[in-house]
Ligand binder design. Structure first.
Ligand SMILES: N[C@@H](CCC(=O)N[C@@H](CS)C(=O)NCC(=O)O)C(=O)O
Length: 214
């Protein structure tokens, strides 16, 4: 399969973690977001939303949206599972993932930050305040959800990393990148560190990608 992504994209980062956990090999195609390559006609034909990631399957089907890609990977490559077999836990894992993918991440997206700066005239301090507010509030909610489980597990919902961890780690990376202080979020940081110690997560880190730029 062919994966279109970008080293710094947290949605692509989620998929990379899942590829690694499941031992799936893929060809990588860089879409240079900073250079606007997501808007090239060829890429738009692949993904009309002009966002990464896009996954082209071996059969030539095109999949977009990281959560949909993650679920497709889990259904077509079930071992190890990234979603619990228990419906209640599975719903909680999806809820946690959606807090990040649907509520936090869209507010830090490149096109949104560009709009804030270029169209609305926000300066660097205002953009930082925006990021601190929405990433901070969102990750606080994640900490609250983890507290609700009442369990000091190694990962969000158990002793194996799953969908929630796959979404959490790139979001913590973004908080670090945007200098959002989340040092008080004990469980979030604990789980981030547990994940970071695993090769599947380490190898998926932006700094370890072929298109990495400092
Ligand atoms: N909800 C989408 C988000 C995709 C997305 O926003 N990707 C970002 C990178 S993380 C992007 O391509 N941004 C390009 C832009 O804003 O122009 C997913 O989970 O795949």
């Amino acid at each position: 399969m062919r994966f279109h992504g970008y080293f710094r994209s947290s949605s692509a980062y989620r998929c990379r973690i899942a590829f690694n956990l499941k031992g799936i090999e893929y060809d990588f195609e860089q879409v240079h977001l900073k250079h606007g390559a997501q808007k090239d006609a060829a890429y738009k034909a692949l993904n009309p939303q002009m966002l990464v990631p896009t996954l082209e399957t071996d059969e030539g089907d095109r999949l977009i949206q990281s959560l949909a890609i993650l679920e497709w990977l889990d259904e077509t490559h079930p071992e190890p599972p990234i979603l619990s077999r228990d419906p209640l836990t599975r719903a909680r894992e999806r809820g946690f993932a959606q807090v990040i993918a649907c509520e936090i991440h869209p507010l830090q997206n490149l096109r949104v930050l560009k709009y804030l700066g270029q169209e609305l005239g926000a300066d660097a301090d205002q953009t930082s305040a925006w990021l601190a507010r929405w990433l901070g509030d969102g990750l606080e909610a994640c900490e609250g959800l983890l507290a609700q489980t009442g369990a000091a597990t190694s990962f969000c919902y158990g002793e194996q990393p799953g969908l929630a961890d796959i979404c959490l780690v790139p979001q913590v990376f973004s908080a670090q990148r945007f200098n959002v202080d989340i040092s008080h979020l004990t469980r979030v940081n604990e789980i981030y560190n547990n994940c970071a110690a695993l090769p599947a997560f380490e190898q998926a880190h932006p700094k370890n990608q072929p298109d990495f730029e400092p």
